[in-house]
Design a protein around this ligand. Sequence first.
Ligand SMILES: C[S@@+](CC[C@H](N)C(=O)[O-])C[C@H]1O[C@@H](n2cnc3c(N)ncnc32)[C@H](O)[C@@H]1O
Length: 259
Amino acid sequence: MATTLSLSPLSGGLLLRSPRNIRVRCSAERQALFSRIAPVYDNLNDLLSLGQHRTWKRMSVSWSGAKKGDRVLDLCCGSGDLAFLLSEKVGPDGEVIALDFSREQLSIASTRQDLFWKACYKNIEWVEGDALNMPFTDCYFDAITMGYGLRNVIDKQKSMQEIFRVLKPGSRVSILDFNKATSSAVSFIQGWAIDNMVVPVASLYGLSGEYEYLKVSIAEFLTGEELEKLATEVGFSNANHYEIGGGLMGNLVATRPTA
Ligand SMILES: C[S@@+](CC[C@H](N)C(=O)[O-])C[C@H]1O[C@@H](n2cnc3c(N)ncnc32)[C@H](O)[C@@H]1O
């Protein structure tokens, strides 16, 4: 059941020691994983992408077509980066709903909302819920973003069907994630960077197991072409996947047809 949260700040940067051979198959295990990494997630994103994730997120929000006064959804919002960008796009007359199933991630998002206070940020509502069974009526949103979420949901088709259901006809979804590259050079660089940079840095925080999952999840993800096919199968039109960040990242943009 979804809960709208009025969250208080996390009580501190407690790091949980990662168990060996972390299992992340089912939704509950993924939820637990994202809750464990929540305290260091933002710092690691900045460090590991050298701040580039901010540019990719701006591009993704821009591709969503969100505009002043819109009601928009940021799915799998985590600590809220895309929700804050959407908030600036839709302005005080708009509305941003940001959904995630990790209470810890939402708690950090809510704390950041207070810290980086901007008048428009009042338009964001944090909702604890499941991307596979969203607590919204059909045709409710003018635009949807999903950053690094689709790769992590247990059922990608169901997730796309839910996005389609809650999106208004004529509106767009913009989905940013790691690119499952078809180029062997790019996938070699991606794998090398995860093994030799991401996991060692994460291990300094006791989270190597959690970040080893990243490589597995990219390997199990869909290529750009497969993402376009999935979007089309659930009913979207104009499904286009763009490679960004030298092919390391990708962004799917798809429109719900008007009829
Ligand atoms: C890698 S983080 C991305 C956070 C944020 N969007 C960003 O780009 O920084 C993935 C998020 O997806 C959330 N998530 C994964 N599966 C979910 C589901 N079925 N329902 C809701 N949230 C989910 C996790 O809790 C986590 O916060």
